[in-house]
Design a protein around this ligand. Structure first.
Ligand SMILES: *Cc1c(COP(=O)(O)O)cnc(C)c1O
Length: 371
């Protein structure tokens, strides 16, 4: 019997009838975008939910990253990680900066702070780390380097919605943090994103930059972009936010089951959590090690034959793409840990509507696969 396909993720969709009242309000007040009532409400609600001072909503995370660079007037070279979604480095090229890639550390697969200093040159103005899979970076070590060398820090926190460390939201670290609300993320607005702002002045500047640099009817102060979130996306975000507790509960159950049931499988190593006090269970990466009977790619292919669509996040490395591979910092010898992770990692399906029976099939197949 052909089973239903199991994807690595499925967007969480609240019951459709719960969205109708929001649509009726939009139809009634005829405000579709430009910072309307749902946009304002979602910024407020997210600041409260996340425990951060200010939130500036965006139409997507990539434009939010580019705008963060513009807001901080970042120029020259920016130190970043090769082990991420390609948008991280692309944002630097869009802002005419040169990415300088630094290797990751094996436990979190986040940028290795011990290797950052060697990559700093007189042209370096910023660091763009990624909280990969929602595991916090070593924010204290990164900030220390940034302070010593007078560098800005912009966190690509696209995976880190709701993640906390002992001091509170991890989005408070650095100069700015950027979220993505793309359909594949833990919290989604179909497409969307945000910049976490430390103060009202920064938020005002960022709000101008996402609206063409417009200050008022007759004043334009910067070559800003159009990156505003529409009312329909903001309304969906408000509804989605109401469902976050159950979304996270279900994700944490799936995470715990994988960890328990894969613990004894030879050659499969679940990536440990990175010491956060609140996780978001956004991904479930495992490392397929040499003592597993199959290569990572063979396992990936065999799962696919079964209708189980695991994903190799992040393979290839960003530094393997043609617009980056010529950079000196993209050399394999500079990125040993990242290159190994890219060859071994497989993200298993995790999303609220994944049923126990489906997860059971995934586990059974991974546990019993033979060459
Ligand atoms: C999803 C993602 C982005 C891009 O966000 P969009 O909202 O899709 O533009 C950037 N960085 C990382 C690490 C991501 O996972």
């Amino acid at each position: 019997m052909k089973q239903n396909p199991i994807y690595v993720t499925q967007p969480y969709l609240p019951p459709l009838e719960e969205f109708t009242p929001y649509l009726e309000q939009i139809w009634a007040n005829k405000t579709l975008t430009n910072g309307g009532p749902f946009h304002q409400q979602l910024e407020q609600a997210l600041a409260e939910y996340l425990g951060v001072p200010h939130v500036a909503l965006f139409s997507n995370g990539t434009l939010a990253l580019i705008t963060a660079l513009q807001a901080l007037r970042v120029t020259g070279e920016v130190i970043t990680t090769p082990y991420s979604f390609v948008a991280t480095a692309h944002s630097l090229l869009w802002h005419n900066c040169k990415p300088v890639f630094v290797d990751v550390e094996p436990n979190t697969l986040n940028i290795d702070p011990a290797k950052i200093e060697a990559a700093i040159t007189p042209q370096t103005t910023a660091i763009m780390p990624v909280h990969c899979y929602g595991n916090p970076c070593d924010t204290a070590a990164i900030q220390k380097i940034a302070d010593n060398y007078n560098l800005r820090v912009i966190y690509d926190a696209a995976h880190a919605f709701g993640v906390q460390d002992a001091g509170g939201s991890i989005l408070r670290h650095g100069d700015l943090s950027v979220l993505s609300f793309h359909a594949t993320k833990v919290f989604n607005t179909f497409e969307g994103g945000a910049i976490i702002c430390p103060d009202a002045k920064t938020k005002t500047r960022i709000d101008q930059l996402k609206n063409f640099g417009i200050v008022d009817e007759t004043t334009v102060v910067a070559p800003g972009i159009n990156a505003k979130m529409s009312e329909i996306n903001a309304a969906f975000g408000l509804l989605q936010l109401k469902h976050m507790p159950q979304v996270l509960t279900r994700r944490s159950e799936i995470d715990a089951r994988y960890r328990a049931q894969l613990a004894g499988v030879k050659g499969i190593r679940c990536l440990p959590q990175g010491g956060q006090t609140a996780a978001n269970f956004s991904y479930f990466p495992v490392l397929v090690q040499p003592d597993y009977p199959l290569s990572r790619d063979a396992l990936y292919d065999k799962l696919k034959e079964q209708g189980i669509y695991a994903r190799r996040y992040f393979y290839p490395l960003i530094t393997d793409f043609p617009m980056y591979r010529g950079l000196p910092s993209a050399a394999r010898a500079n990125l040993i840990v990242a290159a190994k992770a890219a060859e071994q990692v497989l993200c298993l399906p995790i999303y609220p509507s994944l049923m126990d029976e489906q997860q059971g099939r995934v586990v059974q197949f991974v546990a019993e696969a033979q060459a």
